[in-house]
Ligand binder design. Structure first.
Ligand SMILES: Nc1ccn([C@H]2C[C@H](O)[C@@H](COP(=O)(O)OP(=O)(O)OP(=O)(O)O)O2)c(=O)n1
Length: 127
């Protein structure tokens, strides 16, 4: 447990710097370690993770609720509102990655294949 706490403390200081190009697999591994360190693996079952993710989609929606149309890049938003948005987007992503991992789906691979499938279904504009 001591080692895990030390590793997490290290992670907290790393998170203060910008993390570049982390892979979905790396994030899945971090989430697995996070659950293990808290003995939360028993709660991370597909249904719970799906409901948690949908809950976070709700929190994400609340940010945009009643705002009317929002310009690309959110030029008129406070920095704190952008930070809040980044957090809710991350919560959705993290639960999606964890759900995929628990279901034995390689999300990076599946999403890449889906893009190829989409390209065939919707060919690019000619000329
Ligand atoms: N059983 C849990 C609980 C939380 N988390 C992680 C995944 C999410 O990234 C984040 C969600 O934490 P909260 O449930 O505290 O939700 P919020 O961060 O949105 O807080 P709040 O609902 O107070 O805004 O923590 C997790 O992996 N497993």
């Amino acid at each position: 447990a001591r080692n895990l706490i030390m590793e997490e403390t290290e992670e907290i200081s790393i998170a203060e710097e910008k993390v570049v190009d982390i892979s979905l697999k790396d994030l899945a591994k971090k989430l697995e370690e996070f659950a293990k360190a808290r003995d939360w693996e028993k709660y991370h079952i597909p249904r719970n993770l799906l409901l948690a993710m949908v809950g976070e989609v709700g929190e994400l929606s609340e940010i945009f609720q009643w705002k009317g149309e929002v310009d690309k890049g959110l030029p008129n938003w406070e920095e704190s509102d952008k930070e809040h948005l980044a957090e809710e987007l991350s919560d959705v992503l993290l639960y999606l990655i964890r759900l995929s991992d628990i279901c034995g789906i390689d999300l990076g691979d599946a999403a890449t294949k889906k893009i190829v499938k989409n390209t065939i279904k919707y060919p690019p504009k000619a000329g």
